[in-house]
Ligand binder design. Structure first.
Ligand code: SF4
Length: 364
């Protein structure tokens, strides 16, 4: 196991589930396991600790999910040119600890690392989605409220997911990660229906802000390995952070990526700027007071988020877009949580509707 756990809690009714059985047989013997009637209490922030959010990441809670697994991406909004992504919530929170991570706000009241013993019920939701929208294609990801593969060595969820998606013509699964936990993927045949995507940042951002993640070079090597095993790959440059030398470092990063993965084998890229609500910014700065990446030039934008000063942000987007264009292949690209006007400025074209982009990326 690559990440430390302080404790495991199992909600009544879940102890005999396949997921609990797998996890309980894989955790080290010294991790205490407690059975609880209701997992909500175990999921709340611990009292009397200096960093309740950080402590929550090391507390694994196995419970039943009582609300739907499938939902539209929570970052979506009519203000932005969205990508039509659907989110499958099979876990909540993440054992890694990026200083800019929005989960510090989103899960502040509920910070335990939760996994859902009834996760295969999500397959019924997906089948209903397909039955109600015949002829359409969907890209569905598990990496929004959690990293898709962190702890996969404990949960083994990826195998069930890949086997399910491999049989569905009009669904594409996106596993999004900052790890190299790919062992479970290498002996399952995705039959072209599974994308694995990595968020990539320059080395300076990795070292300053992305605690416990795999290094960018290790992520790129993992991408090469899953590509060779029959998976599609994609890359997210999000958040792009404007610091001195950011543009130079981003170009070096892309050069390193394209040396290992030929551009025509990249299904798509996405980019997004650093953005933080006031509450997230103060949580992040208080948890990571020495991270210079959190202290760049930003302004409060009309959507209520602090964003990197627009000319700096646009310049970073264009630097990356131009570098990929120079590589010679038409790699589909989109911006996350940016208005259509920014999209037009960067790519020179009006973005398509979210449903159209979603279909295109599902088939890319
Ligand atoms: S890897 Fe992703 S989910 Fe995990 S802490 Fe970093 S940004 Fe958040």
């Amino acid at each position: 196991m690559k990440f430390d756990l302080d404790a495991v809690f199992v909600e009544d009714g879940c102890a005999n589930s396949a997921l609990a059985t797998r996890i309980l047989s894989a955790i080290p013997r010294n991790v205490p396991v407690t059975h609880v009637a209701d997992a909500r209490e175990a999921s709340r922030p611990a009292s009397g600790v200096r960093d309740p959010f950080g402590a929550g990441k090391r507390r694994l809670v196995i419970s039943r999910r009582k609300t739907p697994f499938l939902m539209p991406c929570p970052a979506g909004s009519s203000k932005f040119a969205c990508c039509g992504y659907l989110v499958l919530t099979l876990a909540s929170n993440c054992p890694m600890d990026c200083s800019y991570c929005f989960l510090q706000e989103y899960l502040a009241d509920n910070p335990a690392f939760q996994v859902y013993a009834n996760y295969t019920e999500s397959f019924d939701e997906l089948d209903r989605l397909c039955a109600n929208a015949r002829g359409r294609s969907f890209r569905v990801g598990t990496g929004e409220l959690a990293d898709s593969l962190a702890f996969d060595s404990l949960t083994g969820i990826s195998r069930d997911l890949i086997e399910f998606f491999a049989e569905r013509e009009n669904l594409t699964l996106e596993l999004k990660t900052k790890t190299d936990e790919i062992e479970n993927l290498l002996d399952v045949d995705p039959r072209g229906r599974v994308l694995v995507s990595w968020t990539l940042s320059p080395d300076a951002v990795y070292r300053s802000s992305e605690h416990l993640t795999a290094s960018p070079s290790v992520r790129i090597a993992a991408a090469r390995a899953v590509l060779d095993a029959g998976y599609r790959v994609a890359f997210h440059f999000d958040p792009l952070i404007a610091y001195p030398d950011a543009e130079r470092d981003c170009i070096l990063l892309i050069d390193e990526l394209l040396d290992v993965i030929p551009p025509k084998q990249i299904s798509f890229i996405s980019m997004g700027g650093l953005r933080m609500t006031p509450r997230l910014r103060s949580a992040a700065r208080s948890r990571f007071p020495n991270d210079p990446m959190l202290c760049g030039e930003d302004v409060l934008a009309s959507d209520g988020r602090f964003r990197t000063f627009t000319p700096l942000r646009l310049s970073l987007f264009r630097t990356l877009a131009d570098r990929f264009k120079k590589a010679g292949a038409e790699i589909p690209a989109y911006l996350c949580m940016e208005p259509a006007s920014v999209h037009e400025h960067v790519f020179g074209a009006v973005p398509a509707r979210p449903a159209t982009i979603g279909e295109r990326l599902a088939r890319a």
